[in-house]
Design a binder for this molecule. Structure first.
Ligand code: NAD
Ligand code: TDX
Length: 339
């Protein structure tokens, strides 16, 4: 039997990033009794505007680093849960410079686990399907909670390391933890370095979209709101020490996604460039989310990918002021990498 956990006052790390800020909006919209403290270092990937306009009595912002143990001593007491989204999250950046990934993803998780242990509070860990490595295109298998850890990139290996710390803190110290490993998210507030926003904003800027390698790599897309509802479900109903895979049966190859974007934006389907492939590029991710669906009763709501994509494109068309400041520097960085 699962007992329900009723959070009242939670810390959301990385709440000014893409998925974390969508989760903060989700909590504000759906759970009026819950107060959120956002802890975010505002790296290049964090944007305070992502949580602007939310009621001040519901959402408090703390500017700081998850690696800062003294700061955690100040803010963690009085809260009843930490939901840990903060990370260095971009594979290409981890190939160019792995160090911040080791620091934030590994050491940062360690500090949060220690703070959760010291103040005896519930901890939920946000992770990725990439910890399981990749699958062949012709493999009928999908990842499950029992798949072996086989990360490929500096990014995914630091996420895998952080997952293992969480599992050890459960087993050794009895910390009340759950973990979730989600597939590729899309939706509003995603940084322009990532595949879908990069291509949409390229087209809006008159730049040709850039496809890595042959473009046949498969990602399993989920709308970020569905990720948020899944995390809430696991936070409140998940069994301690358990991992839940989050996915919405959204497997598509990159070239198909790009052609969808081009079509919706009124461009010819071949109006893109093939560029240098990512070193170690994972071929295919695919999630089997049976455990989350059958044990906790979760279902995704955004099951029409084309509709979700159209809404996402409209969001980027209507929020130029949000993404324009980051666009030129992002493209300059890609250009240096030959991508
Ligand atoms: P993001 O890069 O958009 O946001 C990361 C946020 O964390 C930013 O606001 C940044 O300022 C903050 N941050 C970074 N380092 C920090 C530090 N040391 N201390 C405090 N704050 C810090 O990332 P995202 O795409 O929203 O991903 C969020 C989480 O979800 C990550 O843990 C990622 O591994 C996981 N995840 C992402 C995806 C995806 O498709 N993007 C899929 C599965 C899991
Ligand atoms: O310009 C591009 N062209 C291209 O073909 C970019 C930026 C990417 N790609 C390809 C690489 C991937 O096959 O598109 C696919 C998606 O790339 P990203 O958006 O960089 O995502 P990915 O590497 O799959 O990782 C994402 O999902 C899992 C998130 O960034 C991670 O944080 C998450 O853990």
């Amino acid at each position: 039997m699962t007992t329900m956990f009723v959070p009242r006052n939670i810390i959301v790390t990385g709440g000014c990033g893409f998925i974390g800020s969508n989760f903060v909006h989700y909590v504000v919209d759906h759970h009026p009794d819950v107060h959120v403290t956002v802890l975010d270092a505002l790296t290049y990937a964090g944007n305070i505007n992502n949580i602007k306009g939310l009621p001040e009595d519901r959402v408090e912002f703390v500017h700081g680093n998850v690696c800062d143990a003294a700061l955690l001593d100040q803010i963690v007491p009085g809260h009843d849960a930490i939901v840990h989204y903060a990370a260095e999250s971009h594979n290409d950046n981890s190939i160019a410079d792995p160090e911040p990934f080791v620091r934030t993803n590994v050491v940062g998780t360690y500090r949060l686990l220690e703070a959760a242990r010291k103040y005896d509070i519930r901890y939920h860990h946000i992770s990725t399907d990439e910890v399981y490595g990749d699958l062949a295109l012709d493999d009928p298998a999908r990842f499950t909670e029992d798949s072996p850890y086989r990360p490929s990139s500096p990014y995914s290996s630091t996420k895998a390391a952080s997952d293992l710390l969480v599992r050890a803190w459960y087993r050794t110290f009895g910390l009340r933890v759950t973990l979730s490993n989600c597939s590729n998210n899309y939706g509003p507030y995603q940084h322009v370095e990532k595949f879908i926003p990069r291509q949409i904003t390229n087209i809006l800027e008159g730049i040709r979209p850039k496809l890595y390698g042959d473009g046949r790599n498969v990602r399993d897309w989920i709308h970020t709101e569905d990720h948020s509802s899944a995390v809430w479900t696991i936070l409140t109903k998940g069994r301690m020490g358990q991992t839940y895979l989050i996915g919405a049966d959204g497997e598509r190859d990159n070239i198909t996604v790009l052609q969808d974007i081009l079509r919706v934006m009124g461009k010819p389907e071949d109006a893109f460039d093939h560029v240098k492939d990512r070193p170690g590029h994972d071929r295919r991710y695919a999630i089997d989310s049976t455990k989350l669906r059958t044990e906790l009763g979760w279902r995704p709501e955004h099951t029409d990918f084309e509709e979700g994509l159209r809404q996402t494109i409209a969001w980027y068309e209507n929020h130029r002021e949000w993404w324009e400041p980051a666009k030129a520097a992002t493209e300059a960085r890609y250009k240096r990498q030959g991508q």
